[in-house]
Design a protein around this ligand. Structure first.
Ligand SMILES: [Mg+2]
Length: 265
């Protein structure tokens, strides 16, 4: 088995970013030697901090599938990658943050929009809208493959701005709180690519995906067992997908229940 998991609102509580409710289930997965693959809109810096805290050493997928980071020596066979960064081989599926920023600034000017990206905000502003602490806010601003947008009071502009973003050749997705803007990547293509490598390593395997939002749909579509946890408030995101298992429990509590279900199966 290989488990792909979203972070915000899934393994981590949407508001407190705590994963305390999921820790026993995480321990169980580790004892079963099941790889835990983060697949999140979060940056490499953010995910590395969580991996370190939780003692997870498996590959991870950053910024909505912008890139896959694979620890050196994780796979014993050669595979194609774009570059090395520290102890990781990096497979890049997205385009650079600088390019995305340039396009977004032009779109904002031309459409006279008021949206703000993390690149327009100080770390203090990112803290204020996300509830992250200062260090985590700095890590959230270390973007490489996508921008996070906030529309603030200007909800009336969202649809028109998203149309302009799409028309410029960029993609967007919604993570439950913010919009993510990126190149041609999504979580699903990154999951499929990584699954090919796991098939080569393990042979037959069962892939599981756990998420909470629209930006998880490509990931959930790419796995054998898609699971959806409840959002804050107790409802499920409106996602229609064959085989989708709706799990009782908000965020990390639902995550724990999903893992128990997998372990008992
Ligand atoms: Mg999420």
């Amino acid at each position: 088995m290989v488990l792909f998991t979203d972070l915000d609102g899934t393994l981590l509580d949407r508001d407190t970013y705590s994963c305390a409710a999921a820790l026993p289930a995480l321990e169980l997965l580790r004892s079963m030697k099941i790889p835990i693959i983060f697949c999140s809109a979060k940056t490499r810096a953010e995910q590395e901090a969580h991996r370190q805290e939780l003692g997870i050493t498996d590959p991870f997928i950053v910024e909505n599938g912008g890139a896959i980071f694979i620890p050196r020596d994780y796979f014993s066979f050669p595979f194609d990658y774009h570059r090395r960064k520290g102890d990781f081989m990096v497979i890049e599926l997205g385009i650079s943050y600088e390019k995305i920023r340039r396009s977004l600034c032009r779109i904002r000017e031309e459409g006279q929009f008021h949206f703000k990206g993390f690149g327009d905000m100080s770390a203090e502003e990112v803290m204020a809208i996300t509830g992250l602490d200062m260090e985590a806010a700095h890590r959230a601003r270390e973007r490489e493959y996508g921008e996070t947008l906030e529309f603030g009071e200007r909800a009336d502009e969202i649809e028109r701005a998203l149309r302009a973003i799409r028309a410029s050749g960029l993609n967007y997705t919604h993570g439950g709180r913010f919009y993510g803007v990126m190149g041609p990547n999504d979580k699903g293509s990154a999951v499929s690519l990584l699954l090919d490598l796991f098939h080569k390593k393990l042979g037959q395997l069962k892939s599981i995906g756990i998420g909470d939002s629209i930006n998880d749909v490509p990931m959930l579509s790419a796995v054998d067992v898609p699971m959806l946890v409840q959002k804050a408030g107790g409802s499920w995101e409106n996602i229609n997908l064959d085989r989708l298992q709706k799990i009782q429990g908000i965020g990390p509590a639902g995550w724990a229940r999903a893992v128990m279900q997998i372990a008992e199966a």
